[in-house]
Design a protein around this ligand. Sequence first.
Ligand code: 3PG
Length: 239
Amino acid sequence: MTRSPPQPDPQPASLHATQAAPSMHMLCRQAPVIPVLVIEDLTHAVPLAEALVAGGLPVLEVTLRTPVALRAISLMARVPGVTIGAGTVLTPKDAQAAQRAGATFAVSPGTTQYVIDCCEDLSLPLLPGALSATEVIQLIDCGFDVMKFFPAVAAGGVAALKSLAGPFPQVHFCPSGGISQSDAQDYLDLKNVVCIGGSWMAPNVLQREERWGEIRQMAHQARQLKNGHHGTATKNRLR
Ligand code: 3PG
C-alpha cells in the first residue's frame, strides 16, 4: 500500500480571524478564575451574575447542560460588567445557539474540527479542550495557543500541567474540573496556566437557596488568588 504524499499545510484558520473579537488570552487575563456555572433556575441567572461580578469575577462560563442555559446566557449578557461565554459547546449547533443567545466566547471540554471551523466562521473566540500531548499538537496545528485542560484533577492536575510545559512552552492552559479554592493557587503558580475554571464559588446548593451574598464572598476570595503568569502569546485575536 502506498501513502499519498504529504499535503501542503492548510491555511491556518487564524488568518481568517476578524480584528473585532477579543482573544481568549485577553478574556483569560481578566481575572484568575472563570466561574463555570450550571444554572437550573432561570430566575437565578441575573442575581448570580451580579454576585459574581460584584465579587470581582467578570468573565463567566454558563455550561449548556441545563434546559435554561441559553436563556440564562441571554439574561446574563445584559448584566453590566459581565463577559458571558458558553461552556460545554460540543457541536456547531451549540456554538451557533450560544452566540445567538449572546455568548461572546465558547468553551469546549474537548475539541472537534467541526466546532473549531464553526467558531471560526462565527468569529466566536473558542477555548478548546486538550488533555494529551497529541490533542495539544492538533490544536497548535489549528493555530491555538490557549486551551482548556479538563478534567484537570482527574487527569493528573498540577503534575500533568508541569509536564506539558516542557514540550509546549508556547501553550497556556485554563485547567478546570475538580479544582477548589484550596488548591487553585497551586495551578495559578504554574507558568503555563493563564487562569483556571471552576464551579466552587457558585455551587448549586447556594444557588437553590439564593445565597447570593455567600457567592459574592467566595467570588471575592477567588479574585484574591494571584496569577503571575498571564501568558503573553497573542498569535490570534480569536484565540
Ligand atoms: C467544567 O466544565 O469546566 C467543569 O465542570 C468544572 O468543574 P468543577 O465543577 O469541578 O469546578
